[in-house]
Design a protein around this ligand. Sequence first.
Ligand SMILES: Cc1cc2nc3c(=O)[nH]c(=O)nc-3n(C[C@H](O)[C@H](O)[C@H](O)COP(=O)(O)O)c2cc1C
Length: 238
Amino acid sequence: MTIPSVTPETPFLASNHQDSKKHLLLATTGSVATIKLPQLLTHLSQKFSPSTLTIHLLISPSSKKFLSPADLDEVSRNPLVSRLWSDADEWAFPSGVYTRECPVLHIELRKWADVLVVAPLSANTLSSIVVGRCDGLLLSVLRAWDWGEKERGGGVVVAPAMNTLMWTHPVTGGQVETLKGWGVEVLTPVSKVLACGDEGVGGMVGVEVVVEAIGRKLGILSVEGEKEKEDEAETVEG
Ligand SMILES: Cc1cc2nc3c(=O)[nH]c(=O)nc-3n(C[C@H](O)[C@H](O)[C@H](O)COP(=O)(O)O)c2cc1C
């Protein structure tokens, strides 16, 4: 399956995509841990059924540099993934220029998403979110997120991944606390030998930890959980 391309002829409207499934907006930013995206999606598709969960991917320009064409092909064929967005899509208006009929993509994605997960979260994007920058599709979605609504404010999960000295930089701790104060779930990085060769805290948590957080946030059962529920129902009825 190829990802439906986001052509100017097919502007995305959240109201045209309402269904009984849970909607996950999964973003990657410019950390080397982006190379784990195919693995993360494989885990997700082993755990959750396409009848339960739909994923839109949002790939920042620098994170795209960590994905080969083969990786992009693999993620686009994942049964849970239905769209792949990049910054350029925000400006893909049918006539080339904005008109009143044009949907605003970052607002539509915020309306569509039940949960937003940023994995990995780069030091750069962490700083940008906290100061409210919105020069890019992901930052605009985050700035337009409904932080006042408990469920929405609590519907953001981030998995920071960066060099140890970036993580222990004096600016990082306060930024992480700010996010937590908004209701964001922060999956604290682990200590390991990092891609750059340094050893210390800064590695992204394992993909299974991200998958577990997604299931919990969305309140959905795994494929095994659904099967157990069906078996229980059959036992009660039988
Ligand atoms: C090879 C390479 C690896 C990088 N790894 C990381 C990383 O693991 N974490 C991080 O925060 N930044 C890392 N950076 C720096 C970011 O890619 C850079 O700050 C970029 O502007 C982030 O953009 P974004 O946050 O908009 O995706 C790396 C850069 C390069 C060239």
